[in-house]
Design a protein around this ligand. Structure first.
Ligand code: NAP
Length: 258
């Protein structure tokens, strides 16, 4: 029998927290946003398209207060101004840098824009968001930053050089910031999803050979659903992860263990 009195707060609970999630209208970002809301967090959701109403409605139904904002993270001047304005207006406790894109092509012919466009969003925008949010978190003495990495933070992949470079770099950035900000109560970590059924992997899933090769290598015997990744982000956002710094939490159905 549990003792009388109020139950202790769950170390995984996020009541009273505000989480900012980029790329929240689809895929992994949407699933992470809903996971954070289910744990009690309020949400500040960003997208470059008008696609946030369904996720906002679903999160609101769980009791979360939700604010949405349209912002193209590839637009450097616009994003800098918007990020400062948003972070001045909202005391963000948790930042999830999820927005990202991938371009495929053989490296010897890889187009300049397929290099720069990917690095701009996956790395430069993520750094600026970390810098702006981290500065405020350090001043407040607490905060959690979660960057979305990839298996291609550890492996080279095939014909996705800018994506692989950006995802290796985001892990280096995560560790660098963790070292600086851990003494100030700010946790910087990453989640590294395996192969997830989202727009990022449409090309792989529609290539029967690659799709079969990938599936055959996953010990869990299936691709991940976006919701499979959400719990790892909720953990890293929660008080349960207060002593976790600079970690990359791999959620890959066992891929890297092989
Ligand atoms: P997704 O559904 O396409 O999500 C990517 C999100 O980033 C979208 O919401 C997208 O918005 C947003 N985004 C892209 N460019 C943007 C920009 N310029 N400004 C603002 N938002 C922008 O695919 P996902 O797989 O869930 O990707 C989410 C993250 O997980 C990415 O960082 C990806 O690299 C990472 N990841 C995915 C996998 C996987 O197997 N799926 C594995 C490892 C890591 P739009 O829809 O408007 O473009």
């Amino acid at each position: 029998m549990p003792p009388d009195g109020p139950a202790p707060a769950s170390p995984f609970g996020l009541k009273g927290r505000l989480a900012m999630v980029t790329g929240a209208g689809s895929g992994i970002g949407r699933a992470i946003a809903l996971g954070l809301a289910a744990a009690g967090s309020d949400l500040l959701l960003l997208s470059d398209r008008d696609n946030l109403a369904p996720v906002a409605e679903e999160a609101t139904a769980t009791g979360a207060a939700v604010t949405t904002e349209l912002l193209d993270l590839a637009d450097r001047p616009a994003r800098r101004a918007a990020v400062e304005r948003l972070l001045d207006a909202h005391a963000v406790d948790v930042l999830v840098n999820n927005a990202g894109l991938i371009r495929r092509g053989p490296s010897a012919e890889f187009a300049d824009e397929d290099w720069y466009d990917v690095v701009e969003v996956n790395l430069h925008a993520a750094f600026e968001l970390c810098r702006a949010a981290g500065r405020r978190m350090v001043a407040r003495g607490h905060g959690k930053i979660i960057n979305v990495a990839s298996l291609l933070s550890f492996q080279g992949g095939l014909v996705v050089p800018s994506y692989t470079a950006s995802k290796h770099a985001i892990v280096g950035l995560t560790r660098a910031l963790a070292n600086e900000w851990a003494p100030h109560g700010v946790n910087v970590n990453a989640v590294a999803p395996g192969y997830v059924t989202t727009a990022t992997t449409t090309a792989l899933r529609s290539d029967p050979t690659r799709s079969d090769e990938i599936l055959a290598r996953i010990p869990a015997g299936r691709w991940a659903e976006p919701a499979d990744v959400a719990g790892s982000a909720v953990f890293l956002a929660s008080p349960a992860a207060d002593y976790v710094h600079g970690h990359v939490l791999v959620v890959d159905g066992g891929w890297l263990a092989r």
